[in-house]
Design a protein around this ligand. Sequence first.
Ligand code: SF4
Length: 269
Amino acid sequence: MRTDIKRTALNICTYCNLKCKHCLAFIPYYNNPQMMSYEEAKKILDVYFRVVDSVEHFTVTGGEPLLNAELKNILGEVFRYLDQITGSVDLVTNGTMEIPEGVLDLFEENKDKSKIVLSNYGEDLSIKIRNIETELKLRNINYRISKFYGGDQSLYYGGWIDFTDHSLKWTTEIERDSNAQGCVHRLGKYFVINEGELHCCSRSFWRIKNSIIPKVRGEYVPLMDDSISIEEKRRLLLEMYEKKSSMSCAYCVGLRNDVPRVMPAQQMK
Ligand code: SF4
C-alpha cells in the first residue's frame, strides 16, 4: 500500500530567539534544547523518504531554523527529494533574522517548488521582516506572510490556542475521536519529525517526551530505530494514518475553530 501524505514538518532545532508562551511546539519549555546536525538530518531524510512515497508539503522549522548553522546544507538535502515532494518545500522563520545568501540561493534555484513562510509578530519582535521581504521580492522567491499582530486576535485565524494545560479532557474514545475530528492537525493528517521520530503533532511528541502519556506502538514511527524494517515503519505510519485520534488527543483541546484564542507571541520573562 502506498504512503502518500499531505504534510510533514522537520524540526531542526529546539532553540529560538523568541520566548512565545503559547508556542505550538512548547519550545521555551525545553530544558535541553537540541540542534540537529547535517549528518543527523541526512539520515532522517533518507529513512523518511523510504517510508513515505510522497508528501505534498515538506516544511523545515524549529524553534527558529535560522539559528541552525547547518540550515543551508540541511535544506540542500531536502531539495534532493523534490521528485517525492508534490507541492513545495517550505521554510518557516520568525522575521527576526536576515536569511543567509546561500539559503536564498537554494530557494531561488528551486522557486517552482518552494516557499518561505514569514511569521510576522509586529515591529517590536519581527524586526527584519521588511528587509527580508524586499530581498525575496528582488529574487522573485515565493513567500507568504502570516500576520500575528493587530486587529482582533481573538478570531480563530489570528489568535493562538493555549495548549499548556495537559490534563485529561476526554475520557471515552467516542469523545476523544469526536473532538480530534475537528482538529486541523488530525483532519489534515499532518505529521512532525522531532528527534528522529515521526509524530502526528508536536503536542503528541511533547506529551510522550515528558511522560504525560506513555510511549506506545502505533502512536509514532521511530525513523532512526534500525531494528525496525522500512516495511514495518510504513505499516506503523499507515496505522497512525487510519486512526481517528491518538492518545494525546484525550489530553488536548485540539487545533479547532471553536476553541478560544489567546494573543499570539506573548513573550515570557
Ligand atoms: S487534538 Fe491535539 S493531540 Fe490530537 S492531533 Fe490535534 S493538536 Fe494533536
